[in-house]
Design a protein around this ligand. Structure first.
Ligand code: HEC
Ligand code: HEC
Ligand code: HEC
Ligand code: HEC
Ligand code: HEC
Length: 448
């Protein structure tokens, strides 16, 4: 029976039952009550399901989604249960921080005297692959058209890397980019002495200051360089929003290009409208990939002279320029002829393979027998692995480490390292925000 008919059936059944009962015991007539509200028309269950579950909607989008790293990536599996990672790496973790509006403001622990980062999910919600329900958290709430594409959040994003002191609010296209920015933002660098977020403004204003003095036991070191002294992968939204770099004063100002004002992530990464018809090969639609998809550039109201992979002014020239600046900055970031930035020529493990000629990956060229065995500078944490457990390094590894040159790091170098990581790891060689990327790299080069 269709739902509508079933509702009618119930109504008549009720009328009959009521009349039957009123025959049993007859008292005096009461006052006439107010009319009840009309019941809502029952939905036809099958029709509601078909609105979404049909070959041109959910079915085809689920197909496109298999080409998205949200789906085929493995981080949601490997990081499940790690509450600090799961706001961005798991579905339930993401929904938890959105629902509870979890703060990004570092708090002082009175016992240790150090600051701690509160941005984490609860252990009971630290799992779940990134699926449709991550971004569309209303699916199957009401089984009506309002369940899709309604997004989990489009609210402004207080940035975790700044301990909430700066907020990303990308207003174009109804703020939909804020959904992406909530996850595609960098994690904080912390100051080893205070536990608080690293003060980028202090790095920029005092380039001669010392971040690491070369002595592992030094009492004023605010960061001890290691292979993984890095800006966590999601730098795109910070660069896009024109914040997140170490802004050394220099010849170029830190203005943004037009993109963050006029375009949304969706415009370029899901085709112009995010509709299922916006696929171009393996990119666009719900693949979320922008590689080789220029339809966003050429959508109505944007570039009127069509842009393609062979366009010079708006594609190859700016990208080559940024690529050149990255190479120059990497060369300047060296001590005694040894580069600080790490190279990795393996396309399977280097997510930024091919972006620079030397295949930098944004990590540091610091020795680690397990994660970076061919690196060329001294690992200052090696004392941790001598004598008392955990003794994880062999005598040969310790001896090799001892032959390597020690790094000392100034504020200027640290700022330049961060800017290099920001601009390499935004992947697009400046397309996201050409003006901001160019300023960060140019002014960093001048500072070294
Ligand atoms: C507003 C759109 C929408 C409506 C209406 C809708 N669904 Fe879904 N449904 C979805 C989406 C999106 C998914 C997730 C698909 C995926 O993961 O591939 C889904 C998944 C499912 C699944 C797979 C299990 C799961 O939860 O992932 C079942 C079963 C299902 N729907 C049944 C129904 C039935 C029965 C109805 C009608 C009573 C219905 N749906 C109405 C959008 C809808
Ligand atoms: C819940 C957090 C979250 C949200 C929301 C989110 N992403 Fe992602 N995204 C990720 C994570 C995590 C990965 C990497 C997954 C992995 O490697 O396992 C990723 C991967 C990607 C990739 C692939 C990167 C590559 O190296 O190939 C693209 C492109 C992307 N996201 C774009 C977007 C866009 C555009 C939006 C907004 C419409 C968005 N993401 C929303 C967390 C998120
Ligand atoms: C603020 C959000 C956020 C937090 C918190 C976060 N990540 Fe990520 N992470 C991302 C995004 C976004 C990507 C994908 C970026 C891209 O490809 O552009 C990513 C990528 C990764 C990758 C690379 C996956 C691949 O494709 O190979 C690993 C590994 C990873 N994260 C581990 C972690 C770990 C471990 C933690 C916790 C210590 C963590 N992440 C915390 C946002 C986050
Ligand atoms: C103006 C167009 C444009 C906008 C807007 C845009 N992107 Fe991109 N994005 C690109 C291009 C171009 C690339 C590089 C594609 C290539 O390598 O060929 C890229 C690359 C990426 C990548 C690496 C994976 C991939 O698809 O190559 C991620 C992740 C990403 N963007 C996320 C975002 C997020 C998040 C936003 C919004 C904050 C955003 N992008 C906004 C054009 C754009
Ligand atoms: C990373 C975030 C993200 C994930 C994951 C995601 N979507 Fe979307 N989806 C979006 C955004 C953003 C839009 C565009 C919304 C708008 O323009 O209002 C959208 C639009 C849609 C639309 C409306 C556009 C159309 O073509 O009709 C549907 C339906 C939809 N998504 C279904 C799904 C399904 C099904 C899945 C899982 C297979 C899924 N989405 C996974 C972000 C996501």
């Amino acid at each position: 029976m269709k739902l509508k008919n079933f509702t009618r059936f119930l109504f008549f059944a009720f009328v009959i039952l009521f009349s039957a009962q009123s025959c049993v015991k007859q008292g005096p007539m009461g006052l006439t009550g107010a009319n009840g509200k009309d019941g809502a028309a029952g939905a036809d269950a099958n029709e509601t399901c078909k609105m979404c579950h049909n070959p041109t909607k959910v079915d085809i989008i689920a197909e496109q989604f298999t080409l998205s790293k949200h789906e085929y990536g493995e981080a949601s599996f490997s990081e499940a249960g790690t509450v600090g990672c799961d706001p961005c790496h798991t579905q339930e973790g993401f929904k938890y921080v959105v629902k509870n509006n979890v703060s990004t403001v570092f708090t002082l622990n009175a016992t240790t005297g150090k600051y701690v980062n509160p941005y984490a999910t609860d252990a009971s919600a630290a799992y779940g692959p990134l699926t449709c329900g991550t971004c569309h958290s209303s699916i199957h709430n009401s089984y009506t058209s309002s369940d899709l594409p309604s997004l989990t959040t489009v609210a402004a994003v207080p940035m975790t890397m700044w301990g909430g002191a700066k907020t990303i609010d990308l207003k174009a296209d109804g703020g939909k980019s804020n959904l992406c920015a909530k996850c595609h933002q960098p994690r904080p660098f912390t100051n080893a002495l205070t536990g608080n977020v690293l003060d980028y403004a202090a790095l920029a204003s005092n380039p001669a200051g010392i971040v690491y003095d070369g002595n592992p036991a030094g009492k004023t070191n605010i960061i001890k360089p290691s292979y993984r002294t890095h800006t966590h992968y999601g730098t795109v939204s910070a660069v896009y929003a024109g914040m997140g770099g170490v802004e050394f004063p220099g010849t170029l100002g830190y203005a943004s290009s037009q993109h963050p004002t006029v375009a949304s992530c969706e415009n370029c990464h899901m085709g112009p409208k995010g509709a299922d018809s916006d696929m171009v090969g393996r990119a666009g639609g719900h693949s979320f990939s922008a590689v080789g998809n220029f339809s966003g550039c050429n959508m109505t109201g944007c570039h009127t002279t069509p842009i393609s992979a062979s366009s010079t002014t708006y594609w190859t020239n700016p990208r080559n320029e940024i690529k050149g600046l990255l190479a120059t900055l990497a060369t300047k970031l060296s001590e005694n002829g040894v580069e600080i930035m790490n190279r990795n020529g393996d396309s399977a493990t280097n997510l930024w393979y091919g972006i620079t000629t030397n295949n930098y990956d944004g990590y540091l060229n610091v020795y680690d027998p397990i994660t970076n065995p061919t690196a060329q500078t001294y690992n200052a944490s090696s004392f941790k692995y001598v004598g008392t457990p955990p003794t994880t390094w062999s005598a040969d590894q310790l001896a090799y480490n001892a032959t390597l040159p020690t790094l000392t790091i100034t504020n200027a170098q640290m700022g330049a390292i961060i800017n290099f990581q920001m601009c390499l790891r935004e992947y697009s060689l400046g397309i996201h925000n050409y003006a901001y990327t160019k300023a960060l790299l140019t002014n960093s080069i001048a500072k070294l």
